[in-house]
Write a protein that binds this ligand. Structure first.
Ligand code: ADP
Ligand code: ZN
Length: 517
């Protein structure tokens, strides 16, 4: 048996590695610089804890979360590993103990908050005690345009250079820009060995549906899964309450959960969900962090999540036991407008806002995907995969058509009216409607007036939503959501590019009670 397999069993009590762990452990133990991207819960900590035991000297672990550090130190000590933490939460006695273990060369893992690196004494101390490896948890905290930026993470690169030891960085955030930034700032631009594994959760079925009657759509989904434990995520607190009530009226066991509730009431819901079978929790994203229920059979999103990462994390709460689990995500033009507005109206610097729009685009691309959802999702995380056979688009490949003409008509209506109107008025123009607003503005004189007779109002709404999904148009927050054309749309307007749209969502808009759950 290899040394790593022996330690895995004897120290950690596991029979085998999870996907990706073995190769990462080997590379880190061999002293390579490593960047490992693994999903939350994928088992990252083992990938530096185990190599730490295989290397002479102490491994410094930099982590932003004190509670997490303390948990890991406790678990390691229980397993008989000498580990300690230097954090602001320490008692003096704890700090003393860590110091003396370090000085005696007994310590194998030293956990440290990044703020520690700000003091000059830390580097001197680390030079003296013989560091063999630096492990960086939540490495995306080094990204200035990310949501978890921690300025002190910028000191890690210099520490690596000063100590001249290998560095292993771990994160669950996988977008290309963040990865690049990690390499630049932690590895001085020298590409480390990169690993990206374990994002697939094959037992989870993926499905998205355009929103037309969200309450009925969610009730229908829950009805088909009566008696199973599930979570419904909503965008607002108020909605969690009304949807939970609607579910109860249909005879389901359901309660709501959001951050505005008393801590005690939240605890009661958490405890019930953990204990009972068949309870549905209708919640905001506040629900889930501490939930460790293996047999959640389904997760539904009544509103579009914030990003692909958020989506992945939220659906990932289903089916932890490995048995089949179902998901459904509803999305509509309102969601897109709301998410764009949240970004534009936020206080983030412009670069970060641009990055957030990019992240939202990736999610919208998944909503409007033309083929296998899982392939699209894993592709975002950098994993290659074939069609999965476990998503709505594999179950029923969508009918596609060349939407170039329809999109050009819509773009032309937008441009000829000065990018000043929302989809409602634009659709009226395309349909040649006789409204007060149209007459008052003289829009019945436009060449685009009445050119859109091939679709009805709801079908045009589906076209506009797909255009937003492909980021061809964006609502302008300074003009009450008036649609503006993006650069991505220019080649289509100029006749240099074509665009494929999904016919099914457009036809669905026609058959009113269309959604089969
Ligand atoms: P994260 O990647 O989110 O940091 P952790 O390192 O906390 O995840 O691991 C998540 C869970 O998986 C922990 O409960 C851990 O004990 C467990 N785990 C990690 N590796 C293995 C393994 N090889 N076999 C079984 N369980 C594992
Ligand atoms: Zn698929």
């Amino acid at each position: 048996m290899s040394e790593s397999a022996r330690l895995l069993r004897e120290v950690f009590g596991f029979d085998g590695f999870r996907p990706g762990q073995g190769e990462i452990v080997d590379a880190v133990a061999a002293g390579e610089n490593v960047l490992a991207i693994m999903p939350t819960g994928g088992g990252k900590s083992l990938c530096f804890q185990l190599p730490a035991l295989m290397r002479a000297g102490v491994t410094v672990v930099i982590s932003p979360l004190i509670a997490l550090m303390r948990d890991q130190v406790r678990a390691l000590r229980e397993a008989g590993v000498e580990a300690g933490a230097l954090t602001s939460g320490n008692t003096e006695a704890e700090t003393e103990e860590v110091w003396s273990a370090l000085e005696d060369g007994r310590l194998k893992l030293l956990y440290m908050a990044p703020e520690r690196l700000a003091s000059g004494g830390t580097e001197r101390m680390l030079r003296r005690v013989g560091v063999s490896l630096i492990a960086v948890d939540e490495a995306h905290c080094v990204s200035q345009w990310g949501h978890d930026f921690r300025p002190d993470y910028l000191r890690i690169g210099a520490l690596r250079t000063a100590l001249d030891v290998p560095l292993a960085a771990f994160t669950a955030t996988a977008d290309e820009d963040t990865r690049e930034e990690i390499v630049r700032k932690l590895f001085d631009g020298q590409p480390p060995q990169s690993f990206l594994r374990g994002f697939d959760r094959p037992n989870i079925h993926l499905a998205f549906t355009a929103k037309n009657n969200p309450r009925r759509q969610i009730l229908g989904f829950a009805e088909a899964r009566r008696g199973q434990s599930g979570i419904v995520y909503c965008g607002t607190r108020a909605k969690t309450e009304t949807l939970a009530r609607a579910l109860r009226e249909e005879g389901h066991l359901a309660c709501h959960y959001h951050g505005g509730m008393e801590a005690e009431d939240r605890r009661i819901v958490e405890a019930r969900f953990q204990r009972e079978d068949g309870l549905i929790v209708v919640a905001t994203v506040a629900f889930g962090m501490g939930i460790d229920k293996p047999d959640i059979r389904w997760v539904a999103h009544a509103d579009l999540p914030k990003s692909i990462e958020a989506y992945y994390q939220e659906i990932g709460r289903a089916g932890r036991d490995g048995a089949p689990a179902e998901t459904l995500t509803l999305f509509g033009a309102d969601d897109i407008r709301l998410r764009r507005a949240q970004i534009d109206e936020g206080l983030a610097p412009p670069e970060r806002r641009a990055a957030d729009h990019g992240r939202l685009n990736a999610l919208l691309g998944l909503c409007e995907a033309l083929s296998c959802r899982r392939q699209t999702l894993l592709g975002y995380f950098g994993e290659e995969a074939g069609p999965c056979g476990r998503c709505d688009l594999c179950d029923q490949p969508p009918e596609l058509f060349d939407g170039t003409t329809a999109v050009r008509k819509a773009l032309s209506a937008i441009l000829r009216t000065g990018e000043y109107f929302g989809s409602g008025h634009l659709i009226d123009i395309l349909l040649g409607a006789d409204t007060e607003k149209i007459r008052a503005r003289g829009h019945d004189k436009l060449p685009t007036y009445g050119v859109g007779g091939e679709y009805d109002k709801r079908q045009w709404q589906a076209v506009f939503r797909q255009m937003m999904g492909h980021d061809l148009v964006r609502p302008d927050p300074e003009r009450h959501g008036a649609l503006r054309m993006t650069d991505a749309a220019r080649p289509i307007l100029r006749g240099e590019a074509e665009i494929t749209l999904r016919r099914d969502t457009i036809q669905q808009a026609e058959r009113r009670p269309a959604v089969k759950m």
